[in-house]
Design a protein around this ligand. Sequence first.
Ligand SMILES: Nc1ncnc2c1ncn2[C@@H]1O[C@H](COP(=O)(O)OP(=O)(O)OP(=O)(O)O)[C@@H](O)[C@H]1O
Ligand SMILES: [Mg+2]
Length: 99
Amino acid sequence: MDTTRAASPATDSQAHITVRNLTMAYGSFVIMRDLNFMIRHGDVFVIMGGSGCGKSTLLRHFIGLNEPANGEILYGTESFTAAEPARRQQACRSASTRT
Ligand SMILES: Nc1ncnc2c1ncn2[C@@H]1O[C@H](COP(=O)(O)OP(=O)(O)OP(=O)(O)O)[C@@H](O)[C@H]1O
Ligand SMILES: [Mg+2]
């Protein structure tokens, strides 16, 4: 998977989704280690990679179906990873409706 844009500080006002030091794993099977990147509002962001590299797993982390083994995901400046379930739902809803 290619993540060419480095994560900016969480204070970046245009940050939409920030992935910070994200490690994804199924138990002891580590899929991806220390991912760092940021997506801005209006970006067309493409996740590319061979079969089994972790694309779907990353998307599952974005909506809370998987929990990071390490690191976090922020929506705007708010940690999605640390948020309560109800707050996560709100974050997903507003992320999908904002243009
Ligand atoms: N629930 C699970 N438990 C254990 N391993 C899993 C689980 N789901 C996926 N994997 C493994 O994690 C790795 C990443 O899987 P993932 O489905 O995220 O890949 P992908 O990039 O979406 O692949 P594809 O292009 O085939 O859709 C693969 O090696 C897969 O076998
Ligand atoms: Mg997939």
